[in-house]
Design a protein around this ligand. Structure first.
Ligand SMILES: CC(C)(COP(=O)(O)OP(=O)(O)OC[C@H]1O[C@@H](n2cnc3c(N)ncnc32)[C@H](O)[C@@H]1OP(=O)(O)O)[C@@H](O)C(=O)NCCC(=O)NCCS
Length: 174
């Protein structure tokens, strides 16, 4: 378990499938995520049952509130490259009433600290649609900076959007 100021990060369990099923089929939660298809509970249950153990290449955590132990989202480090000591991070809070409460910032900061101090990563990157202002603000608070613009790389509801490649180096995490 990893503990932050507001959240606790714990491994994913098979019984978490129901919560993810609700979130993956919520268009508001998925609006700016690179996920296109609705997914069945049966398929998610299978994915979760077959999920490989956490490892250097891929570490996935459920985000729980520290006070109520409520499961509100997911954060993961993936595609870690040992030569470049670089990985990608994904995060979402599926329980919408928790948006804007500082939980995403705390979870992201904690998982990046784990990546730098325990996995000995040097840099962590993420992709975000430019229109997702709340997410970008969250990432900036943790120390992420924009390294590149991916022009018209995201299509949603009939419109093209630019995405940003953001990155934080080990000594930049705030
Ligand atoms: C993006 C996400 C992880 C951020 O987590 P969070 O807990 O909501 O974010 P936090 O409360 O820690 O920080 C959000 C910041 O954005 C600000 N913010 C909120 N709405 C905003 C908006 N429309 N424009 C600009 N800033 C906004 C908040 O005020 C806060 O900044 P502050 O602390 O300086 O006041 C979460 O909102 C989420 O999962 N959203 C849906 C899925 C998603 O978009 N995931 C990211 C895909 S790249």
């Amino acid at each position: 378990m990893l503990t932050g100021d507001l959240v606790r990060l714990r491994p994913v369990e098979p019984e978490d499938a129901e919560a993810f099923h609700r979130w993956f089929n919520d268009e508001e939660v998925m609006r700016w995520l690179y996920a296109y298809y609705h997914v069945s509970l049966a398929s998610l249950r299978k994915t979760f049952a077959d999920r490989p153990d956490n490892s250097y290449e891929r570490v996935t955590f459920c985000i729980e509130t520290l006070d109520e132990r409520k499961h509100i989202g997911l954060v993961r480090l993936r595609d870690a490259n040992p030569v470049n000591a670089r990985a990608e991070v994904d995060i979402y809070i599926g329980e919408k009433e928790y948006w804007g409460g500082g939980y995403g910032t705390d979870a992201l900061r904690r998982v990046c600290r784990y990546g730098f101090d325990t996995l000995r990563l040097h840099s962590i990157e993420l992709g975000v649609v430019e229109a997702n202002a709340r997410a970008i603000r969250c990432y900036e608070k943790v120390g992420f900076q924009v390294d590149a613009r991916l022009r018209q790389s995201f299509f949603r509801d009939g419109e093209w959007h630019d995405a940003l490649l953001m990155c934080v180096l080990a000594d930049e995490l705030t």
